[in-house]
Design a protein around this ligand. Sequence first.
Ligand code: OXD
Length: 309
Amino acid sequence: MGILVNIHPSMGAPIVDALRRLAPDETVWAHRDEAPADAVEAMLAWSLKPGTLPAYPQLKLLCAPSAGVDKLVSVPDLPPDLPVARTVDPQQHVEIAQYVVGTTLRHTREFALFAEQQRRGEWLRRPVRASAQCRVGLLGLGAVGRFVAGALQAIGYPVAGWSRSPKAIEGVTTHSGDGGLAHLLAHSDILVCALPLTDGTRDLLDRRTLSLLPQGAYLINVGRGEQVVDADLLALLDSGHLAGAALDVLREEPPRPGDPLWNHAKVFGTPHIAAQASPETIARQCLDNLQRVRAGQPVLNRVDLAQGY
Ligand code: OXD
């Protein structure tokens, strides 16, 4: 019996190494072709094709190497009683906050513009936009959202937050529900999306909701690409309603050649690098949970399949 790392080797190989280092007595397979189907007890996967899970009759645990589990819980043949665990890596919260702070500063302190000026050999001073007048609206108030809120507040940005169900965070004005969302959007000069992808958040940021943002607002997406309707975002960037967007996640990763998001002057795009759980943490939490399943104990960081995260 053993663990199958069913992840592309570019991401999976360091996790295989970590598992073998941490648990030299466990059998770890780095590829589906190597693993006897009836010996796979736990699987690590980022996404799954329909038909994969039923091929493993002894599977007792499915682990995501990530905080987001949307690509696992959406598979139609996921057995409802199979424990699915996410990875919770506090370092990921730090990294997401770094990304949001970095892109917020890049926008509000106009770093791209100054880089362009430097390239042109131009010495032109401009007034600094006061951070106190740049309101940040944060969608998603889980562990990541809370950390991001603290980091932005520490450098002078007023932060308000929204989540589907009411949540309280000390020092942050919070909103919930549809009415709360409209209010938050209308008062956000920068909108940060740090939501999990669920049926309730898919396509949440479309023409209607993004139009509620004030003229000249900026979008930062560290949630999932499927939460933004790309054509609507592009239309609002082109019309000038939105000043720009920093997108770490896209509906299609990588985007197709010719996708207008690739080259749009107002889009700062990065290839889903805002944060990654460390291979060590992924491996440790998977091994821990496998021990728990074997001992009949509850799995840690178990995904609520009804909620989708
Ligand atoms: C995650 C991610 O969900 O990296 O952890 O996107």
